[in-house]
Design a protein around this ligand. Sequence first.
Ligand code: HEM
Length: 517
Amino acid sequence: MFTWVLRLILIGIILLLVYLRYRKSRKRLLELGAKLPGPPSLPLFGNMLPFAMRPDDCIDIGMKFCTEYDSGPIRFWFLNELIVFVAKPQDAEILLSNMKHLRKPWQYKLLKPFMGEGLFTNSDNSIWRLHRKMITPAFHFSILKGFLPIFFEEAKIFASKIPCGEEVDVFPRFGLCALDIICRTAMGVHVHSQEGKGKEFVEGMETLLQIAHWRLVRPYMINDTIFSMLPIKKKHDEAQKNVFKFTESVIQDKRQKLNSQKSKCNNNNNNNNDEKNDDNKYFLSGERAMPFLDLMMAMDTDEMSLTDEQLRDEAITIIIGGQETTTTELTFTLLMLAIHHNVQAKVLDEIDLVFGSDLNHTPTIEDLQKLEYLERVLKEVMRLYPSIPYFARVLEEEVTLSNNYTLPKECIVCIFNYGLHRHPESFPNPERFDPDNFLPERCRGRSPFAFVPFSAGPRNCIGQKYAMLQMKTVVSTIFRHFRVTPGKRFQNGAPIRIKATTTIKCSNSVDIVFHRR
Ligand code: HEM
């Protein structure tokens, strides 16, 4: 009996020592964390309960705190983790322009089951740097130019499938269109999703992003062992299976294509046959549409090289990063234009001026550059509905923000760009949809960090230019065929409800009525 008591005391002392050591190592973090403004926190749970109880409403909750705490910094404790929200341009600049804070926090691991160790989720700075250096040339403007015919062709397929005069939920349709585009441009594989072949992938991705978000705000779900015991794990696995099935089949298709190209190449050496695959037929200003994957393979040298697995992860990252985000922005663009007739009228005028009545002319870079008003519309949509509404970094050293608050090393800082884009000093009427916010004279006096839908600094979105060209081509093509009006749900100034699912979404279906022009 006596020895048992002694053992218990010993275990108690050890636990106490471990705890004190842990406290000591976190002393500075706790000290600085305590000085930051933020809502009162509960023991153990910290501030996670409002987010955990209403995960779909996280953006609204974040916005409420943003208003209450003057755009930050706002200190939150999630269990024992310090997470600081910032939503001021000056603070975004301090954090995003610093070359040191590039590491993504461990929460991004929730995306790894389906994105692997690609650029987006990679938290090893040296690997990330090397891969970024290798992949960047694949996104050069001269390469992107070659993709315009693919963007246009898929947009025309989208238009050809629209039933006129009835309500159409555009979100799933854009999902398939964007998937076809990204698979053709990233992998050189035509999957014909718009013919009904990619539905499981798009729905699976939606489920995975939703579950990743639920796990993020409910830390008891983060632990894999606990998560595997929850009923939702089955739904997760089913979705993951569908996503993998799709991506594996795309990779398989790609392998076959490469093999057949190799053997064709060998034959060509003998008989000079000049046959080309589907997308290789596209030439624009002398540029050939070269899929990202092929370019990444071509850049493989002794000094910089990617394993097959790394290549696959990067390709899947690009597919997911490029599909989900542009789908969201295209959906909100159609919705905004359907609701704001006056803005739509200006978009139509501009498109008619550039393209006339020729429905078959493939847009050139020069055409797209002339669509200045449409560009302002797209920016305004991304201001109000940034498809990635927040992103995070781990601080490698202490940082002092604009109002002299110091953030501790190792704390997680979350750039809440949904709130940042509504900062009243940058956008005086922040909730109003007004593309003129991006007139050159209005942009002139504004910080470049007031609007960062693609993030900023060294770890910004690699697909930014691609996304703008793709969205401009798709939207202009649709409006060469149609004008749009809102479905019943969005008439008479009804509010637009959004929900968070890692990316941002409309809470309901986005019903639009198309009218042929
Ligand atoms: C409107 C469309 C898009 C938006 C709003 C968007 C937004 C963003 C944001 C905010 C980040 C930084 C995320 C973070 O720091 O956690 C990011 C990163 C990234 N995006 Fe995009 N994106 C878009 C389109 C695309 C496209 C079309 C592609 C590929 C074709 C792409 C590929 C990537 C990749 C690979 C990264 C990780 C970059 C790195 O860490 O080095 N994105 N994107």
